[in-house]
Design a protein around this ligand. Structure first.
Ligand code: ADP
Ligand code: MG
Ligand code: MG
Length: 211
């Protein structure tokens, strides 16, 4: 059981659709504990990604080619914290997915590389009310599912569900990284926008794999 390049492009298109659909919600979350641009930032970035995907003359040969296109586009079109964080995540993921297909172990490695990129770039630990709080449980759940013998679609579904729970769990946290940390204790009681968008992106990955 594997996912392929068609899955990767469906994932990216699904991510763009989810980000555009939830743009206002992401703006509102970021308005509460940040500067209110997270939805706009990601909508602009993923719109640019779609344009570049549509402009390709030939389908990409490897999953990493798709992820590299996302990385470079987000880095050049999304400002603020999220652009470099997601850009580094996709770039790290692209580096280890230079293949036409991925099995469950490959999907786990891809998710681990993405989290590693976010942590290298942003230096956040779990519990600081950032996107790391979605990605960390997602990777943990993916590892468990793969070890239990699940195929890539079920590995991604486990990761998405864990990311959603992780995003929910950011609500009571006090932010100690990023713009929300300027609010100190007043950041508690609000969901982190980046953890929310991360859960959307991982849900899109699972949906693309389940057909
Ligand atoms: P900005 O804060 O520059 O306006 P965005 O609004 O696009 O950028 O993104 C904010 C999101 O970025 C936060 O909700 C959080 O999830 C994430 N973030 C901010 N700083 C960090 C960090 N150091 N590590 C991980 N994620 C972070
Ligand atoms: Mg913002
Ligand atoms: Mg900003």
């Amino acid at each position: 059981m594997t996912v392929d390049v068609a899955w990767a492009t469906a994932w990216v298109r699904g991510s763009a659709g989810a980000v555009l659909e939830h743009r206002d919600e992401l703006v509102e979350l970021d308005r509460q504990i940040g500067d209110g641009d997270h939805g706009e930032n990601l909508a602009r970035g993923f719109t640019a990604v779609l344009a570049r995907l549509d402009a390709l003359e030939e389908p990409p040969a490897e999953i990493g080619d798709v992820l590299k296109l996302v990385a470079t586009t987000l880095m050049s079109s999304v400002g603020g914290a999220a652009g470099p964080l997601y850009g580094t995540a996709y770039l790290r993921a692209a580096k280890i997915t230079g293949a036409p297909t991925l099995d469950s172990a490959g999907v786990v490695a891809m998710l681990e590389a993405a989290l590693e990129g976010i942590v290298v770039r942003g230096k956040a630990s779990p519990g600081e009310k950032t996107m790391v709080d979605a990605w960390t449980p997602a990777v943990e759940a993916a590892v468990v599912a793969a070890h239990a013998g699940s195929g890539p679609a079920d590995v991604l579904a486990a990761a998405a569900a864990a990311a959603e729970r992780g995003s929910d769990a950011t609500v009571p946290l006090v932010a100690t990284k990023g713009r929300a940390s300027y609010l100190g204790e007043r950041s508690a009681g609000h969901r982190d926008p980046g953890a929310t968008s991360s859960a959307l992106i991982l849900r899109a990955a699972a949906q693309a794999a389940s057909g």
